[in-house]
Ligand binder design. Structure first.
Ligand code: XMP
Length: 326
């Protein structure tokens, strides 16, 4: 019968059997799957594992620190962070089309990861100790989905760390292949991972890049990051995290409206709140958040985030609207 201690024990044994004394690499996204997969592998083979975290500059406030500090402190994994925000921002300059943004971010992500990987492989080979394994946080539903071949309509091109190309030089290590999401969380807790990572709500691979409607710039990212941090903070403080699946915060960067703030006229951007309730993200309903919580978020964002003078609520289910705006 299922419990997370048994799973950990079984996986540690299986990973040791597969990997032996070989070296292993793992890409971390900041999300729960890659974090738990890496922690299991680290428990099994310690410093034979090196993790790589690509900061694409499209992360939310504190996410990089959660990985670099909290996650590393709780697991002891060896981590290489690649700061690639300049590369991503220049590649995204002038781009407003959602699919084009997704393609660029996916492409740059793979390039950046492969470069980091090549550096590590070269370093290890120079030590006479080649890296032969790549960890993937593949879950049971992913296995079923890709094997089932039901040909579901592809509405948006998805990007995530799990979708890295299977480099032919690597053998895959997939310690979560038999698990569902809630089981992965239970294993993560048992392994002592930070709660911010273990209970993190879904966040798309392309990050804030697809939550800025219009061109992605450093200034717009900073603005959205502040608004998003306020919304998340207030939702958590109100004890509502368990009630919502996720709450994208979106910047309508190409829209401006007139406002009055202090004793002057403003001409600023709207921020959209998109709280949704869902079981599996295939369908969703907009969450009926308490008015006082909405009021607090709206007041704080308009007072604290310069350039924003209006907060609007998305009251559309999925379908017809998707959860993300792009
Ligand atoms: P949509 O917008 O299609 O989103 O209703 C459904 C769920 O998927 C997440 N999402 C992504 N996750 N890479 C990801 O890992 C992506 O490219 C991506 N796009 C959307 C979205 O946040 C929601 O949970």
């Amino acid at each position: 019968d299922w419990n997370s201690e048994n799973v950990i024990e079984q996986q540690v044994t299986a990973i040791r059997a597969q990997v032996g004394t070989g070296r292993v690499i793992c890409g971390l996204s900041g999300g729960v799957d890659s974090a738990v997969a890496a922690a299991l592998v680290h428990k099994a083979v310690g410093d034979q594992l090196t993790c790589v975290f690509v900061d694409h500059g499209l992360l939310r406030q504190d996410e990089r620190e959660q990985v670099e500090q909290d996650y590393v402190a709780s697991t002891g994994v060896r981590l290489v962070t690649v700061d690639a925000s300049d590369v991503f921002l220049s590649a995204l300059a002038g781009v407003t089309d959602p699919e084009e943004k997704r393609k660029i971010i996916g492409r740059e992500f793979i390039r950046t990861f492969e470069r980091a990987q090549a550096d590590l492989v070269a370093e290890a080979a120079a030590d006479g100790d080649p890296i032969r394994f790549l960890v993937q946080g593949t879950l049971y539903p992913d296995v079923v989905e890709s094997g089932g071949g039901t040909g579901t309509a592809n509405i948006k091109s998805h990007h995530n760390v799990g979708g890295l190309p299977e480099d032919l030089n690597f053998e895959l290590v997939e310690p979560l292949r038999t698990l569902f999401k809630d089981e992965v969380r239970a294993v993560g807790r048992e392994l002592g991972l930070p709660e911010v990572i273990v209970s993190r709500q879904p966040f798309p691979g392309p990050g804030l890049g697809i939550r800025i409607i219009g061109e992605v710039t450093r200034e717009r990212l900073e603005l959205l990051r502040k608004a998003d941090a306020i919304a998340r903070h207030e939702l958590t403080a109100a004890g509502l995290d368990g009630e919502i699946w996720q709450c994208p915060v979106v910047l309508l960067a190409d829209v401006r409206s007139v406002g009055v703030q202090g004793d002057g006229r403003t001409y600023g951007h709207p921020i959209v709140l998109r709280p949704v309730s869902s079981e599996d993200a295939m369908t969703a309903d907009w969450t009926r958040l308490p008015y006082d919580v909405l009021a607090r978020i709206s007041n704080r964002i308009t007072n604290e985030v310069e350039g924003v003078n209006r907060v609007v609520l998305d009251v559309t289910s999925k379908p017809p609207a998707t959860i993300e705006w792009e």
